[in-house]
Design a protein around this ligand. Structure first.
Ligand code: 3PG
Ligand code: MG
Length: 404
């Protein structure tokens, strides 16, 4: 963004303010992404740009697939700018007129861009440049800024199409994310990954990539991932835990985990103890006591001490997912203590994932962590070495500006 002269220019800004919503009331539950985007918007407005914001909420068919009315309100509050929300509009006469009437520093927010059927279709940048959205909007603007890191793994029209026809720049969120996340892919060693949560497909994918590339020296497992690796190492983890893995069709992942374990067993650490529910009360059990007919709900104090040593000695730490069922009272301690241990380490720290960010915020650890990602799926894709079309489109534009 530093390279863009935005003064009095019309700038299309793709932001990611896709936010979790209460399924009953439809109220936005977390405004982290809205606040993050506000930084870019305020800066561009202060520089005298006329901003046309594009954003999405939810996916077709989901409960949270809805208008951007609340977002406009929250974004106005976060920026201190009265943002004009053009409900149901994307392009056409009323939009052209609204843009025509804008003054430097004005901000317009268009409708949820996924209301357009053409938007969430994967295509090349050249093809996306031919969509109606890009064909109609791009001629009204001079610059495109992509600040939607959290959707950069999507080759969608609003993410990549404009870079083919307008000079395109990274916004502040995008810039910060790429810098922070890149440290995880070019780590100073020893590099420790602490991975937990329920989304084992994501964590296995990250592991496959990072181990293949030799990025990670120690993997501290929790949550479902720990259960899977215990199983793979030949441990009987007990009926309910096996059932959880089988029921959720995690079982496919067990084979992939077996492959990882065959090559890298010495790098993968599993918990030494767990907290389980015995007649309604938390009880610590050693891993040697398994199998027991109980669910593994948290990691125990021996595991916390064991994992904390690796965290203290690390130069780079990547954290994703809780260590257990942290949302259940009485079973949050292992997760919280290990998050604190990671946050207090002198390492460069990257934290990512929806639950992860919630825990970081609730535990008041955000200021101690070098990079807390706003990306869910995007952070996983980035850490897994997958293509990030949104970033590639920006690099393409930069090369073109430099005559490359
Ligand atoms: C997210 O919430 O992960 C991003 O906004 C992308 O949304 P999507 O997964 O529906 O593409
Ligand atoms: Mg999502």
């Amino acid at each position: 963004m530093d390279e863009a002269d935005v003064k009095e220019k019309t700038v299309i800004v793709r932001i990611d303010i896709n936010s979790p919503m209460d399924p009953v009331t439809g109220k936005i539950l977390d405004d982290t992404r809205i606040k993050a985007s506000a930084v870019t918007i305020k800066e561009l407005a202060a520089k005298g740009a006329k901003l046309v914001l594009l954003a999405h909420q939810g996916r077709l068919g989901d409960d949270d697939f809805t208008t951007l009315e609340q977002h406009a309100e929250l974004l106005s509050q976060a920026t201190g700018i009265k943002i004009k929300y053009l409900k149901d509009l994307f392009y056409g006469e009323p939009v052209a007129q609204a843009i025509e009437e804008m003054k430097p520093g004005d901000v317009i927010l268009l409708e949820n861009v996924r209301y357009l059927a053409e938007e969430p279709v994967a295509r090349s940048m050249e093809e996306q440049a031919k969509t109606r959205l890009v064909q109609n909007l791009a001629p009204l603007a001079q610059i495109f800024v992509n600040d939607a890191f959290a959707a950069a793994q999507r080759p969608h029209a609003s993410i990549i199409g404009f870079a083919a026809v307008l000079p395109a720049y990274a916004g502040r969120v995008m810039e910060r994310e790429v810098k922070g996340m890149s440290r995880a892919l070019n780590p100073e060693h020893p590099c420790v990954y602490m991975l937990g949560g329920a989304k084992a497909e994501d964590t296995i994918k990250i592991l496959e990539h990072s181990l293949k590339k030799g990025l990670v020296d120690t993997v501290l497992t929790g949550g479902i991932l720990a259960n899977i690796f215990l199983m793979v190492s030949g441990k009987d983890i007990g009926g309910p835990n096996v059932k959880l893995i089988t029921d959720k069709s995690y079982i496919k992942l067990v084979d992939r985990a077996r492959g990882i374990y065959a090559d890298h067993a010495h790098l993968i650490k599993t918990p030494l103890d767990f907290v389980v529910d015995v007649q309604g009360k938390p009880k610590v059990i050693a891993v040697e006591e398994l199998p027991m007919n109980v669910e593994l709900l948290d990691v125990g104090p021996k595991t916390v001490a064991y994992y904390s040593k690796f965290l203290a000695e690390a130069k780079t730490i990547v954290v994703k997912g809780p260590m257990g069922v942290f949302e259940r009272k009485g079973y949050e301690r292992g997760t919280l203590e290990l998050y604190r241990a990671a946050a207090n380490s002198k390492a460069f720290k990257v934290f990512g994932g929806g639950h992860t960010v919630t825990i970081v915020n609730e535990a008041g650890l955000a200021s101690k962590i070098d990079h807390v990602s706003t990306g869910g799926g995007a952070a996983v894709s980035f850490l897994s070495g997958e293509p990030m079309p949104g970033i590639e489109a920006l690099l393409y534009s930069k090369r073109r500006r430099q005559g490359g």
